[in-house]
Design a protein around this ligand. Sequence first.
Ligand code: F6R
Length: 613
Amino acid sequence: MCGIVGYVGERQALPIVLSGLKRLEYRGYDSAGVAAFDQSNGTVHLKIKRAEGRLDNLLKVLKEDPIKGTSSIGHTRWATHGRPSEKNAHPHRYKDVVIVHNGIIENYISLREELVKHGHTFLSETDTEIVAHLLQRAIDQEKDFEKACQKVVNKLKGAFALAVLWAKAPNKLFVAKQHCPMVLGLGKDEQFIASDIPALLDYTKDFIFLEDGEMAFVEPTKVVVKKFDGEIVRRKSHRVDWSLAAAEKEGFDHFMLKEIYEQPRVLRDTFRGRIQSKFDGVQFETFKMSDAEAKKLKSLFLLGCGTAWHASLVGKYWIESFAKLHVDVDLASEFRYRDPVVFKNSLAVAISQSGETADTLAAISEAMKLKLKPLAITNAVESSIARKTKSVIYTHAGPEISVASTKCFMAQLGVLALFSVYLASKRGTQNKKWVSKILTDLAEVPEKISEVLKLNDHIRNIAKKYKDYRQYFYLGRGLSFPMALEGALKLKEIAYINTQAYPAGEMKHGPIALISEDWPIVCVAPQDKIYGKAISNFEEVKARGGKLISIGTEGDTELRNRSDEWIGLPKIREEFSPFLTAVALQLFSYHMSVLNGCDVDKPKNLAKSVTVE
Ligand code: F6R
């Protein structure tokens, strides 16, 4: 996600803000910028500098035209609204207000329309710039900066961390937090603010952590924290003794574990603004289709590699079942070398977290040659695949650092679930009551994932018992088959253990010959419509000496009693079980990797983005 750093005090602010932004580089970004108030000659002079790309580009701009000042805010941007460019980089300014922002303002379209009615025009495509306009208007009306800030934060819906400077009080920083991180770093006659602790560890170890729905007015010698309703909050500071490396991982041992734990937030961000407020439909900011177009659709291709291909297999199930539309799922590396039969009025959807995978790019290019309408589901704004298709639905997972994909996979599932409900309601294959119920169920998934995360210690204990086995079977049926594939891939890539994944019903057609005590079997079997059949298949392998590690639904004594190890997941609408089984499988692979002494975040022979064929 984006990074924010700010400073007020007596020192030159720019070096501090820039070194803080540098500390956040590991998180990924596509543009950067800083603003500072120069008060050196008795007048207040605001300067902003921004640059597309790396911080080094910003440093070059600053070298040519340096900025001075003892109060400053800076930002590294990971694009969500508007492509990465100098124009869309933060800070954004309107008159006396300058602002940086992380997150997504859900109601920015209606707020923007309101401002346009009042004659406002905008310089960028961002949701952030409208907040600068709203704040300046509120200051003009209220004649009081703090009251204006309070008024504006209460108008914003969504997830945001804001940092604001105002020319009329240049030594006062305003920050606000709602579902995005924001910390205050305390100093003597100087204060710091940042979206993340690592940015400030060179300057302070004392932090105040803002809670959601809180804002703060920060001056060199004074920090006032308030709730959005204006009530003063007395918050104690915390001493943080983390090393920089620990702070980057927010205290987790590895990025992969941190990213697994981020998944409830990632899904909420992916659903934000897309599940309509009354659960009566789905909308996408960047993709629209009329009811008539959706009804005319004849088929759909889902194209992806590795983990994205597994997400596509789940997507096929949802789209066919909900929207009654034929779906082909193709490994992107194979699609362009076969001669697919394509129908008029069909869509091709490329799924890729990086948006740079060469095979997926080639597959979607081939689909476009075949006159299929293209769409991309990706996590990277303006990536090659997004630019190629021009039609995109973004996953809002933020940068994924661990090579093995976890939270991006989760966000892909999130978008595919939304997309399948979108198609179902546009095509009229499901009624309003169904749409409302399924969206209510979908909105509850992040909370259920938090419950699965509580099983971490239990899953680690199972991994401890099984860490020395060198081969595993992963079995599932229906929606759990792609999850068996995904679990098996994760164990291969990060723990270097041989895995075979099969639809459980296939075992008797050959693979059962391999069953022995040396091959534990991970059975993915939540209680769904095919569960009874899956149990019979597990019986067959158990009877031949296989050890069963079962991932099922809590309270299911039938499977539990047959299993050697048991991971019981919360009850969930059966179509959404992959969201939960994915987390249990990720945790199992993670612990197996750690216990086998592997380099979890950087497994050998693998790269985060595969840009060769
Ligand atoms: C597995 C993994 C890979 C990617 C695959 C496609 O954990 O990360 O299998 O899913 O290389 O990458 P993207 O999604 O960037 O196209």
